[in-house]
Write a new protein. Sequence first.
Length: 235
Amino acid sequence: MALAKYGGGIIQLSGSIAGNVFARNKMGNYVRPRTKPVNPHSSRQESARTIMSYLAELWHTSAMAAHRGNWENYAAAIGMKNRLAEAIHLTGYNHFIRSNCAQMCMGETEIVAAPTIQSLPEKDPLLVCTEEDIAGQTFTFTCDVNGWVPDNDPKFGIMIAQGQPKLASRNTFHGPWRYMDFIDAIEGAAGTGTLAASFDFVVDQKVWFLARLITVAGRLSEPWQLDPRDIVADV
């Protein structure tokens, strides 16, 4: 479904209508034919579907009866942005799925109680990729384990996704992304993590990373991009 913004007619579209995809990049608005994506049934894809299915069923169980209203209150307090950069509010169900998909992707147990702090956490301004190892195909990151997140809902971890490596001359990147792992960001932790690359990389490439911060209570930040890492020869 496409989103339309009306002015003196339609001034912006985002999405698909009748086989056409409407979108925008740094050069402006564009339209292209819609293509049917392939379905490789990869292990990552199947794992994500299993998590989504499990959480969707859990939402409707009696175990969630005492919590659904709190998730709705949490959702009502949080403004998000759609593809046209307009403010919208998701449902409690949306936020329950959003937070817990991240939680379970990290290998943790789902969180049934809604967060009591009704805001999204901010990004970690100190998160940076400090090193790459071509031979081992790993990246090392450092983060701030004593950030602004309140003491009653401290940081839990920072999830990192790697972008597909591109030529060093590339200046922008918008995907595809593939989840790597998370950095333990609880106070007292080392605040560093060496993560296995999710896409192979070589010398003279540039790699971008996408991060999300999740708190102990399950509040999940908006994604943000890290500065790209230029891959140089090991010395």
